[in-house]
Write a protein that binds this ligand. Structure first.
Ligand code: NAD
Length: 412
């Protein structure tokens, strides 16, 4: 998985949207340039006393429609190019779903699995203090991503609050409930993936009851997507993680119980698959929910699914996308399919601002409403302009940011 190509993919999708919207060269320059890019050194004292240096990033791609918003990733491959690409995607995603945010992303080039709990906490706190001048509930609001979770968000919130001198829960989302987190945030991205799958099945005239689903990645997105798809009556027939996949298990609950007890997904009685075999299964819906660039020119040709729902960010390269289009596979693009996470993060931020917290049902209902509105807009744009769902979603997201730029004008 190359990191450079995530930026190539993002820029090529933007270029296409700018051209399809008939925007100018000036618009392209404005839209293709990140607003604020920060690289920091993050020193870590290991438990054995050694000091190691890590690279940390925070990119605020756009603040035109509101404070920037985006996750923090701990992964050894992350670099500035990939962070810019992911921050760009967040910008179009927030605009597509009409959230009052720009887009951001951040992270540290580190293998989170190699850190003890105490090392993880020290690294998270030092990273937070390095990016502290540019984050805040009105400026830029981080959230969990690959390799981080609610514990990291609690440490970030605490570090920011200690420096402010009072509690500032709205500085991050994806927090534990007792610190001002929102009910329904943990499952939100997976819930959105399942809603997207259900709607794509409707468009293709396939009954969701019994429709088959294969999911690559069994983390925060993949697991909850599997649970929500099962709850909607779909049949999840294969899942995988970084070590490979399985099929022939009885239920997601059985895989989860085994995973919790043993740290792997190899449930007794299931059949092993490679990640490539999982991508090429004959299923109704394929959900890439791991990292970028899993559907490429090389792997796309063998995909037999009728629908691809992009749980991960940028899982499909432009070459892979062209093959899926040629083979008439309906792709629900990342900026729509995985928007459930940022939508409920927005609810969390609103609840923190108001100090008034919603029930789980209210969260689910509002999530469904916002996501369904975006699905309908994308479907309508795709029909009206005879473009793919990705092109339609990009036209809507990029178009809204371009319009906001025009209305705000250029200072000075
Ligand atoms: P995670 O760290 O919780 O899970 C990642 C999963 O992918 C793990 O099961 C891991 O084993 C697996 N994986 C890693 N490399 C793999 C490979 N080469 N082949 C197969 N599986 C592999 O991360 P997550 O939060 O679930 O994020 C997954 C993707 O979804 C990322 O692209 C992320 O940016 C995107 N995303 C996450 C959220 C969120 O709310 N967490 C929201 C929107 C988008």
């Amino acid at each position: 998985m190359t990191t450079e190509s995530a930026l190539d993919t993002a820029l090529s999708q933007l270029k296409q949207a700018v051209s399809q919207l008939g925007l100018s060269e000036n618009d392209w320059q404005t839209l293709s340039t990140p607003r604020r890019v920060l690289e920091v050194a993050v020193p870590l004292r290991r438990d054995n006393g050694n000091v190691e240096m890590y690279r940390g990033y925070r990119v605020q791609y756009s603040t035109t429609r509101g404070p920037s918003k985006g996750g923090v990733r701990f992964h050894p491959d992350i670099d500035m190019n990939e962070t810019v690409a992911l921050a760009m995607l967040m910008t179009w995603k927030c605009a597509l779903t009409n959230l009052p945010y720009g887009g951001a992303k951040g992270g540290i080039a580190v293998d989170a699995g190699s850190l003890s709990l105490a090392e993880n906490e020290r690294l998270t706190r030092r990273y937070t203090s390095e990016i502290l001048p540019i984050i805040g509930p009105e400026r830029d609001i981080p959230a969990p991503d690959v390799g981080t979770d609610e514990r990291n968000m609690a440490w970030m919130m605490d570090t920011y609050s200690v420096n402010a001198g009072f509690s500032v829960p709205g500085v991050v989302t994806g927090k534990p409930i007792v610190l001002g987190g929102s009910l329904g945030r943990t499952s939100a991205t997976g819930d959105g993936v399942a809603i997207s799958a259900r709607e794509a099945l409707r468009v293709r005239g396939i009954n969701p009851q019994g429709a088959t689903v294969a999911i690559q990645g069994f983390g925060k997105v993949g697991y909850w997507a599997a649970v929500a798809c099962e709850q909607m009556g779909m049949k999840v027939v294969a899942v995988s993680d970084v070590h490979g996949g399985i099929t022939g298990f009885s239920s997601i609950a059985a895989v989860w119980d085994h995973f919790k007890a043993n740290g792997n997904i190899n449930v007794p009685g299931s059949e092993k698959l490679t990640n490539d075999e999982l991508l090429h299964l004959k299923v109704d819906v394929l959900v890439p929910a791991a990292l970028a660039d899993s559907i490429t020119e090389k792997s796309a040709g063998g995909i037999q699914a009728k629908i691809v729902v992009e749980g991960a960010n940028a899982p499909t390269t432009p070459g892979g996308d062209a093959i899926l289009k040629e083979n008439n596979i309906l792709v629900v693009p990342d900026i729509l399919a995985n928007a459930g996470g940022v939508i409920v993060s927005y609810f969390e931020w609103v609840q923190d601002k108001q100090n008034y917290f919603w029930t789980a049902d209210e969260v689910k209902q509002n999530l469904n409403e916002i996501l369904m509105k975006s699905v309908r807009e994308v479907e309508a744009m795709s029909e009206a302009k005879n473009v793919t769902w990705r092109e339609a979603a990009m036209m809507l997201g990029v178009g809204r940011v371009a319009e906001a730029h025009k209305l705000r004008g250029l200072y000075p």
